[in-house]
Write a protein that binds this ligand. Structure first.
Ligand code: 5MM
Length: 342
């Protein structure tokens, strides 16, 4: 393992004003997204959609890395340039989702564990040859009555650490994503408690499995009340609780925390990230690795039509720019009106 190389990759992904575009929707998820705009999910439509995102001029000012799905890593832009090469030529680091999804956890009703460790060493070598410099593995934790169990939390943490160790052995930076879902009516206090338990377990397992903390990125949820909770919270409260939770559990050696958006609206995800950076400095870079919160407007603007590509690119560029400002704590809601996407 070349630790300096791993650290160099993490630093360039979360350089000042930069974050990650999560474009690694698996087949089922991208189908859901395409269904919402009435577009059939076939290989060419998926390629064309990702192509419009990756060829957006100037997005590289704000995007340091893109997470791809297996199929996308092997696809090319319309001019024939393989996607990993295209991204690299813009100074964007290509990454790859390597987990095989969250599956029912045995003897644990309503809980899941993420699969994909079998054969991972070999897959990582192939992904490295195809140009991936970082990887992502997502564990899913649900809050409900009597869940999550410690069994679920530790099983997921163990798998995340096994994955991270294999990545570092292969010279690939692991993004460690333990997502505590926003589904449910739980309070922000309960989200704080569960996120604490999860981060505690994850960093114990990472340490025990010899993962080099300077060579990872953490991709967590923010500490938020559930969607169904009657008591919603201000951006400032969310920022305060999230930072307080992370200061307790995330080692200062970790270079970057790149949040997932988890179903928040685009402006909420931006505003809350900004609120956290506004109360810095923090020991780690606080940035974004958004899927829906970077793509929702672009997807809608595109709607599967070639004549809408430019409008979709403007929408994506705008969102990337807003989140870049949030990464440095300089975002303000009136900036949304600066460039209203057509
Ligand atoms: C882009 O969505 C990613 C892949 O999800 P599936 O495996 O379910 O298809 C997902 O892991 C994503 O990277 C994170 O959940 C963050 O995305 P959001 O939309 O929550 O920012």
């Amino acid at each position: 393992m070349d630790v300096q190389e791993l650290e160099k990759i993490t630093q360039s992904i979360v350089a000042d004003g930069k974050g990650i575009l999560a474009a690694d929707e698996s087949d089922g998820t991208i189908k859901k997204r395409f269904d919402s705009i009435g577009v059939e999910s076939n290989e060419e439509a998926r390629r064309a959609y990702r192509d419009l995102l990756f060829t957006t001029e100037g997005a590289e000012e704000y995007i340091g890395g893109v997470i791809l799905f297996d199929e996308t890593l092997r696809q090319s832009s319309s001019d024939g340039t393989p996607f990993p090469k295209l991204l690299e030529s813009k100074g964007i680091v290509p990454g790859i989702k390597v987990d095989k999804g969250a599956k029912a956890l045995a003897l644990a009703d309503g809980e899941t564990t993420t699969e994909g460790l079998d054969g991972l060493r070999e897959r990582l070598n192939e992904y490295g040859d195809l140009g991936a410099r970082f990887a992502k593995w997502r564990a899913v934790i649900t809050i409900g009555k009597d869940i999550p169990s410690e069994y679920c939390i530790w099983t997921n943490a163990h798998a995340l650490a096994r994955y991270a160790a294999l990545c570092q052995e292969a010279g690939i930076v692991p993004i460690v994503e333990p997502e505590v879902l926003m589904d449910g009516d739980h309070t922000i206090e309960r989200s704080f408690e569960i996120t604490s338990r999860v981060l505690h377990a994850v960093f114990i397992e990472l340490r025990d499995q010899r993962v080099h903390p300077e060579g990872i990125l953490l991709k967590p949820n923010m500490v938020l009340p559930g969607y169904g909770c009657p008591q919603q919270a201000s951006d400032e409260e969310i920022a305060h609780q999230t930072v307080r939770c992370f200061r307790r559990h995330v080692p200062a050696a970790v270079p970057g925390v790149v949040f997932l958006s988890g179903g928040q609206s685009e402006e909420q995800a931006t505003g809350r990230l900004n609120a956290m950076n506004a109360i810095g400095p923090h020991p780690w870079k606080l940035s974004f690795s958004y899927g829906r919160a970077l793509q929702a407007a672009a997807l809608k603007a595109w709607s599967g039509k070639e004549e809408n590509i430019e409008a979709a690119q403007r929408a994506y560029y705008h969102r990337a720019k807003m989140n870049s400002a949030a990464q440095t704590g300089t975002y303000a809601p009136d900036m949304e009106r600066e460039a209203v996407p057509a």
